[in-house]
Ligand binder design. Structure first.
Ligand code: PLP
Length: 371
């Protein structure tokens, strides 16, 4: 292939990225300006305020890391975890496992709290882990496990961490904009997200926010963060409020136009309306799937509306169905991940993909392919 690349027009109903609305794609195509241009700096300030709204926080240290969700994860760990620390890590899917990797690569010990894939993190098990490890300085868990479609109780888990003098590190990559998330009210300390899920922006940016307690720990560090790029003390010089903006790295200028636009759309809709839309379309999808004889793999009490894990019926060829959906309907749904590979499909209703039209398209296409 030596010519320009023109991607097909897909309907994205997998685990992300989700459909990007034309308004966001339009913002991406606006003229590139300098990343220290006064007009761009004004856009940065507005983007920060919009992120504070999306996260429901007043945290001053709230910014988009110029890299994907995994870099947001890493930014939280490398800044808050030091060699010799103990961190309680909850594992109920793929991304808890990735958190464990991060802790160990920081030279700390991960105390694992395991729950079944498809279940919420057990608050009781975490309480027992704190009782057994009073030295734990942080608790890390995933709000919305994209690999399984289950969500956990952020408020209860963060309260436990606080009770034990530990900071909470919370993965909200799939939850931000899709289900209720209140960083300040729930007392979460270090929170990271992604742009390609319920914000329906292009992939490659990781919004993060740090509480005053987290900032205090960062400032009290006795040795340098091992990552230069993700060292928040350095990043603050570029994104920080009061100080003069100084060069740290070249920001992804156009991607940040897109993020600003998608956050603006969320603010216009309001968070509450966005959460209600995700819940409504989820109920419609589930009703249709059940009418077709399909069932969901996650119990209703911890089921994510934006990520639906559907049991693959006995005798059905997982990969062949997904390939037919893509070939015949330009429809992408996700395969099962990790322990759920080959057992579930993951149907995303995230952000702009969470629309009535997509629900109907998906149900009709699945019916056609399965019949
Ligand atoms: N955490 C969760 C819960 C995710 O779903 C993902 C991506 O799917 C990530 C972290 C990593 O994000 P990224 O793929 O943007 O690096």
């Amino acid at each position: 292939m030596t010519g320009s690349f023109y991607p097909p027009q897909r309907t994205l109903m997998g685990p992300g990225p989700s459909d990007v609305p034309p308004r966001v794609l339009g913002a991406l195509a606006r003229p590139t300006i300098g990343h220290l241009d006064p007009q761009f700096v004004a856009l940065m300030d507005e983007t920060k305020a919009l992120l504070q709204y999306a996260f429901q926080t007043d945290n001053a240290l709230t910014l988009p890391v110029s890299a994907p969700g995994s870099a947001g994860m890493e930014a939280c760990f490398v800044n808050l975890v030091s060699p010799g620390d103990t961190v309680i890590v909850c594992r109920n899917g793929v991304f808890g496992g990735r958190m464990q990797e991060n802790v160990e690569r920081c030279g700390a010990t991960a105390i694992l709290v395991d729950d079944d894939w498809g279940s919420a993190v057990s608050v009781d098990k975490v309480a027992a882990a704190f009782a057994a490890h009073p030295e734990a300085s942080a608790l890390a868990f995933v709000h919305a496990e994209t690999s399984t479609g289950a969500y956990s109780d952020v408020a209860a888990l963060c309260a436990l961490a606080r009770e034990h003098g530990a900071l909470s590190i919370v993965d909200t990559v799939t939850s931000l904009g899709g289900i209720e998330l209140r960083v300040d009210d729930w007392g979460a300390d270090a929170v990271y997200a992604g742009t390609q899920k319920c914000l329906s922006c292009v992939p490659g940016i990781a919004p993060v926010t740090f509480s005053p307690a987290a900032v205090e720990r960062i400032q009290a560090r006795e040795h340098k963060v091992q990552s230069w790029f993700l060292d928040m003390q350095l990043v603050m010089g570029y994104w920080g409020g009061e100080s003069k903006r100084s060069y740290h790295h070249t920001a992804p200028v156009n991607a940040l136009y897109a993020l600003h636009e998608s956050l603006l759309m969320l603010k216009e809709e309001t968070l509450e309306a966005a959460w209600a839309r995700h819940a409504f379309n989820h109920r419609a999808l589930v009703a249709g799937l059940e009418a077709m004889g399909l069932s969901l793999a996650v119990d209703a009490e911890c089921r994510l509306p934006q990520l639906n894990a559907v049991r693959i019926p006995e005798g059905v060829d997982d990969a062949a169905v997904r390939a037919a959906l893509l070939r015949d309907f330009d429809l992408e749904i996700g395969a099962g991940l990790g322990a759920l590979a080959g057992k579930t499909w993951r149907i995303g209703l995230m952000g702009h993909s969470s629309r009535r039209r997509n629900v109907m398209t998906c149900l009709a296409a699945l019916e056609s392919v399965l019949s």
